[in-house]
Design a protein around this ligand. Structure first.
Ligand code: PSV
Ligand code: MN
Ligand code: MN
Length: 389
């Protein structure tokens, strides 16, 4: 038992969770952006906030950027600034959805000039990756149609494949495409990458440096996400996660808030398939917006929720489970999973943090640090780009 406990603790210590730059900025719905005091005005200040999350949790050393929201003149300098703050720059998220030119799509647009513009942006993102040392180009396309007959759905797939192939050819040896799917929104009739199957098919065609990202908010209600995870992992095409919670659609609420049991089931499949091992390269990213709650503590809370789901999943008794499965004991097998899920892992995580020299309670430690008061006083004026900006 002690051996298992120590192994679980070592795995929890080694876990890394990547936080999104846009989670620190002002964001909102299409109805209203509620501004918060002390919110970062620049990518540099977003990194300062992200550094606080890492300082108090110890497991969030990477930050995803979004281009051009996080546009700077010197990306190598931004990477150096991250390093000075104990961070590394993670996935570069491309933005091909906010220009007027993209009304009918970006890489799937019927006009070759618009497609070229979108592809050029993606290539520019790879240039940024070269400068920052990032290995992941994360692609989510808002492309789709609103009405039957609006465009040739199959031709759009062809354009998508062609655009992706151009970008794939530009990738360096240690760089990859992480392709995200989402079942609807902003398009309401067809979406060009609506599901894992479409993303997987494109990745297969592209080659081994293209993998699928599972954003937990991007499925129809009732979808068994952990099955998708198990399948992609088995096929070697699970590139990573965009964790967040949803009650209805792409709500982008804190990971583990709406359905912690689902997060546990996902983490169980990850662990079952060996996906926590660093060599798999699976990126555990957050993709969230904090519209009404304080941002830095919300990111801290989300990181802790992922840790709790991971800890519970690590506690599943594999031998007992395998034996129950072998003998067809449905109830016993289910009980093994439920026992792990019902375990209060908070004391274990407090221990892990204590042993790493961290405060056992990251949210309280952040509150006591005075960072939110300091930034509220010092960061005045300015408007940062991002969701709802
Ligand atoms: C839009 O749905 C989205 O939430 C995607 O999940 C992307 O990952 C994210 O925005 C940033 O572009
Ligand atoms: Mn996402
Ligand atoms: Mn989303």
């Amino acid at each position: 038992m002690t051996v298992v406990r120590e192994a679980v603790k070592a795995t929890l210590r080694a876990q890394t969770i990547e936080t999104p730059s846009w989670g620190y900025g002002n964001s909102g719905t299409r109805f209203k952006v509620f501004a918060q005091p002390g919110v970062p005005r620049t990518p540099w200040e977003k990194l300062e906030d992200a550094a606080k999350v890492h300082e108090f949790t110890g497991v969030a050393p990477k930050v995803s950027l979004h281009i051009p929201w996080d546009e700077v003149e010197d990306y190598a300098a931004l990477a150096a600034y991250a390093e000075d703050h104990g961070l590394r720059l993670g996935a570069i998220n491309a933005n091909t959805f906010q220009d007027d030119a993209y009304k009918l799509g970006s890489v799937c647009h019927p006009d070759a000039h618009v497609r070229r513009r979108a592809v050029d942006h993606l290539l520019a993102c790879v240039d940024i990756m070269d400068a920052t040392g990032s290995s992941d180009l994360k692609l989510w396309f808002a492309d789709g149609t609103n009405y039957p007959g609006q465009d040739d759905v199959s031709a759009r797939q062809e354009r998508l494949a062609e655009s992706l192939a151009t970008v794939y050819a530009r990738l360096g040896e240690d760089q990859r495409i992480l392709l995200e799917y989402k079942f609807f929104e902003p398009a309401f009739y067809t979406t060009d990458v609506p599901d894992w199957g479409t993303a997987y098919a494109h990745c297969l065609k592209l080659g081994p440096k293209a993998q699928v990202v599972v954003d937990t908010g991007h499925h129809a209600p009732g979808t068994n996400i952990e099955f998708i995870v198990a399948l992609l992992l088995r096929e070697g095409r699970l590139g990573g996660f965009d964790f967040n919670s949803r009650f209805y659609a792409d709500d982008d609420l804190m990971a583990g808030a709406a359905d912690p049991f689902q997060l546990f089931r996902i983490m169980y499949e990850v662990i079952r398939g060996g996906g926590l091992a660093a060599e798999t390269g699976i990126a555990f990213m957050l993709d969230q917006c904090h519209n009404i709650e304080a941002k830095v503590p919300a990111v801290i809370r989300s990181v802790m929720n992922v840790q709790e789901a991971t800890a519970k999943a690590l506690l599943v008794d594999h031998d007992a489970l395998a034996s129950a499965q072998r003998t067809g004991d449905v109830l016993a097998a289910n009980a093994v999973l439920m026992d792990a899920y019902a375990t209060d892992v908070r004391p274990l995580l407090r221990e892990v943090r204590g042993e790493a020299g961290l405060n056992a309670d990251p949210v309280a430690a952040y509150a006591a640090s005075g960072w939110s008061e300091k930034t509220a006083t010092e960061r005045v004026g300015g408007e940062q780009a991002g969701w709802g900006a």
